[in-house]
Ligand binder design. Sequence first.
Ligand SMILES: Nc1ncnc2c1ncn2[C@@H]1O[C@H](COP(=O)(O)OP(=O)(O)OP(=O)(O)O)[C@@H](O)[C@H]1O
Length: 327
Amino acid sequence: MTTAPTPSPTSTGARIEIAGLTKSFGDFRAVDDLSFVVEPGRVTGFLGPNGAGKTTTLRMLLGLIRPSAGSATIDGRPYAELDNPMQVVGSALEATSFHPGRTGRDHLRVLAAASRVPDARVDELLELVGIAAAAGKRAGTYSMGMRQRLGLAAALLGDPRVLILDEPANGLDPEGIRWLRGFLRHLSTEGKTILVSSHLLNEVEQTVDDVVIIANGRLVQQGPISTLHGDRRQLVRTTDPDRLGAALGEDGLLVVRTGDDSLEVTSEDARRIGDTALRLGLPIYELRESRSDLEDLFFQLTSAPENRNRNLGATEPTTDVQPGEVQ
Ligand SMILES: Nc1ncnc2c1ncn2[C@@H]1O[C@H](COP(=O)(O)OP(=O)(O)OP(=O)(O)O)[C@@H](O)[C@H]1O
């Protein structure tokens, strides 16, 4: 059982601002004039298909590679100019960036010592991310999900105001995904800024407040996840859908016949539909909100002709950049 993190005065988030950000590798543009803002106190999903440019963007944000143009700032400054970077931003870009022979606890202790974080914080975090029982085991023996949790603990060592996680749900089982969801939500309610990348919208659908969707390095859509659902619609089944549809239409509602006995009505007010049916003396067999399938929508957005994934067959990475090396 894990306990909730203790709020601290440094927890208040900071704004992330990406402006005109561009990265070219040779003549291949991995990130192309990208602009968006990530607000504190919210969980933001950074979404796009494989090769869309998410990791490249995050690497620029964390000062690991240099932009070809534009800027990426946290609290108004590029990463390299932050005074206490570990207290401002914590990140987990890859789940495997640790010494496989070291125990989980030692991995965190080494990082903590380098940043003058007390050892007590290490044990607190091991507990918090739910791997305290495996803290003495070599990290090389950890499952993918345990590595993700260890990476998350490392990111949180300095109690940062901003948390940046690259595909944190990878390798987590459904219970782990549910845990991660609650964990991130809790951190955001403390006021932290949380940016989470994923290539699967349905994986983060219930976790995020806002989305930034990119394809081929360019912005496709941005805003609260609720706006992706579009207008709310009600699905209704009755014996005489034509009569009910006509009455609702006269009432100013948009009605679409969807089957022999069913209609879809653009409205958030199910009672209005029920009351109309009652007035007409029609039985209702089903009346429920019909939500658009976000995964379908994501696919449509990112596979529109102008956004179609050009990554397959695109330039392969030329170098493997290590943290600290700036390309
Ligand atoms: N060092 C590099 N040299 C050349 N091309 C690169 C380099 N790094 C990334 N790319 C290319 O840039 C594009 C974007 O890659 P990136 O890893 O940012 O995508 P992603 O959205 O994170 O994808 P995924 O979900 O698969 O991790 C890809 O076509 C990739 O091959």
